[in-house]
Write a protein that binds this ligand. Structure first.
Ligand code: ADP
Length: 558
């Protein structure tokens, strides 16, 4: 077989001949070594199907055909200098890269690029060091390949968990950097990962190295002869986010303006005690009252963490596939949902929370929480010890104290060849708003022939309503219905003033277009910044609906 750099990819980068691509790959090989550069040349490379062994080149949960969102090559830089050299090369060739850290961004596109044929930059493969865990300052600095599981294990192995906890999303196999720059969430009091980041080192599209905030002020003890990325950083970099002057960190989230090579994240000090709980709500209509109860408790910080209000089928799906509950082909009706809830000893809605602190603190908080929720007729309170066989409660007990797992993967197998898309609108924490979102989304799910599976994730002042659209990726009709469903939901939601907080590659443009206030002022600013920092459009063209000036968005319609 021909050497790597002479192979033909399934999809070439835009406006790139095979000859030019081969020359580019030759030069890439000179930078990172041939062992770190793989051309995606055949279907054989599109065989990955599991979160546990994720693809670096395509979207395993493809709603389009499998071959559509595919990269031309996967390149893994060995260090920051490689990333800088790659960016300079990309500008020379006008070939775009799509950086990812681990590629487990499941439900939103995984590792796949928005523009087919982009070169994937596998940031996590060789750059996976935990650079620092600072116990006194309660923060860590990590490279892109550090997963939540890695960081947690580090604390355990260094006997640090009695001092520090991390915050983890539902699945612990993704990277701290990838999840944080996508503005993902977890469930402890530190659940808003972006809020808790502090200090970024970014390679800009032209190859420049930039440090955020206090990182802009040199450390007087740093070695001036070392390359900038190796120079010791200012000691307050991980302690104070804003530095001086305009605060730019945000433009590197959900964006295409830079490649994050180091990031600081605040860790939670072990609170000295912890108790998780589950409150079950027997009836669908209890949702309204429960959300009204949650709002004052959450803004008042009686609810200390990011609790979740989960629909029965999300829990049921972790415990078994659809076939294990029903032979019906139709979306489950209210009676069937009630029967499943009864069988599992759960409610139609199930609220998972936790209290943190020494016993006296927990007792006070829990008594308020119980008093408030147990006003709801039929509501019941459980602790993990009451339900040793309830795998969801046992898993939440870990997740809410920052212990990562992959148990929640199981709900994706609700259908055979299970894949999923997330529709994730922001909701007010109010009975009217939450119930309205539930009604609209459930009805559309059922119209599309799917069961409604969803959860309300309660942030500081709003909820991320996460609707899990589970479909059969090997059934074209199922894929088509899932795609129809998400597009329809985005429109339905925008008409009511609800916007998505994050989305899948295939509908990034559509969501971006819903943020249209004042003649698309947000997009116009994004495009101006993009043109200024990345005139040749070499980083993630089309990401979150932002297109470089040398691309015609209409050419890339999905
Ligand atoms: P995870 O770490 O959860 O597996 P991914 O690695 O799939 O997440 O990253 C999700 C998305 O976040 C990517 O598609 C990309 O847009 C962005 N991203 C991830 N890592 C970086 C990085 N180091 N620099 C810039 N953007 C990144």
């Amino acid at each position: 077989s021909p050497p790597e750099a002479e192979r033909r990819p399934m999809t070439l980068p835009p406006n790139t001949s095979l000859e030019k691509f081969n020359t580019f790959m030759q030069r890439i090989g000179d930078i990172v070594g041939v062992e770190n550069a793989t051309v995606i040349s055949s279907e054989d490379e599109l065989k990955h199907e599991s979160y546990l062994d994720p693809s670096k080149a395509y979207d395993m949960f493809h709603v389009t055909t499998k071959e559509y969102f595919v990269s031309s090559a996967v390149v893994a830089p060995r260090n920051v200098s490689d990333v800088q050299a790659i960016m300079r090369l990309c500008n020379e060739f006008e070939i775009p890269v799509w950086p990812f850290s681990i590629g487990r961004n499941v439900g939103y596109g995984g590792a796949a690029p928005r523009v087919p044929g982009s070169v994937s930059l596998d940031m996590g493969k060789n750059m996976a060091k935990i650079l620092e865990v600072n116990v006194d300052g309660a923060f860590a600095f990590v490279e892109p390949g550090v997963t939540f599981i890695d960081l947690h294990n580090y604390l355990v192995e260094h006997n640090l968990r009695d001092k520090l906890w991390i915050d983890v999303p539902d699945l612990g196999g993704g990277s701290v950097i990838g999840n944080t720059v996508e503005r993902g969430v977890g469930y402890t009091p530190y659940g808003d990962h972006w809020m808790m980041h502090c200090g970024m080192e970014v390679v800009l599209p032209d190859g420049t190295l930039w440090r955020s905030g206090m990182g802009g002020l040199p450390n007087p003890n740093a070695d001036p002869n070392a390359p900038p990325h190796e120079q010791a950083a200012n000691e307050t970099w991980g302690l104070f986010n804003y530095g001086f002057g305009p605060y730019n960190d945000g433009i590197f989230t959900q964006s295409s303006l830079g490649i994050v090579v180091k990031m600081g994240i605040w860790l939670m000090v072990n609170p000295g005690g912890y108790q998780s709980y589950l409150i079950t709500l027997p009836k669908d209509e209890n949702l309204h009252q429960a959300l009204e109860i949650i709002r004052p408790l959450r803004v008042g910080m009686v609810l200390q963490n990011v609790p979740t209000m989960r629909h029965i089928l999300l829990d049921a799906a972790v415990m078994g596939d659809r076939k294990s509950y029903t032979d019906s082909e139709k979306p489950l009706n209210d009676d069937e949902l009630d029967a499943i809830a009864a069988k599992l000893n759960l409610g139609r809605w199930n609220f998972y929370g936790a209290v943190y602190g020494p016993p006296q603190v927990r007792e006070v908080l829990l008594s308020v929480i119980k008093q408030s929720f147990l006003q709801i007729p039929g509501a019941k309170y459980f602790e993990p010890k009451d339900m040793p066989d309830n795998v969801v409660l046992q898993t939440r007990n870990d997740t809410l104290q920052g212990i990562p797992s992959t148990t929640e993967l199981r709900w994706v197998d609700w259908l055979p060849n299970g894949a999923h898309l997330f529709f994730s609108p922001i909701a007010k924490v109010s009975g009217d708003d939450g119930v309205a979102q539930y009604k609209v989304t459930r009805q559309r799910c059922e119209e599309a022939g799917f069961d409604f599976i969803g959860t309300f994730v309660v942030g500081m002042r709003e909820m991320h309503h996460i609707v899990c659209i589970v479909f059969d990726r090997k059934d074209p009709d199922s894929r088509r219905r899932a795609h129809w469903l998400i597009r329809t939901l985005i429109d339905d939601a925008a008409k009511r003033g609800w916007g998505g907080y994050r989305t899948h590659l295939s509908v990034m443009d559509q969501i971006a277009e819903t943020y249209s206030f004042n003649d698309n002022a947000q997009m116009k600013l994004n495009e101006k910044i993009k043109a200024a920092l990345d005139p040749k459009g070499v980083i993630s063209p089309g990401k979150n609906g932002v297109w470089p000036q040398n691309y015609n968005k209409a050419d890339w319609k999905v």
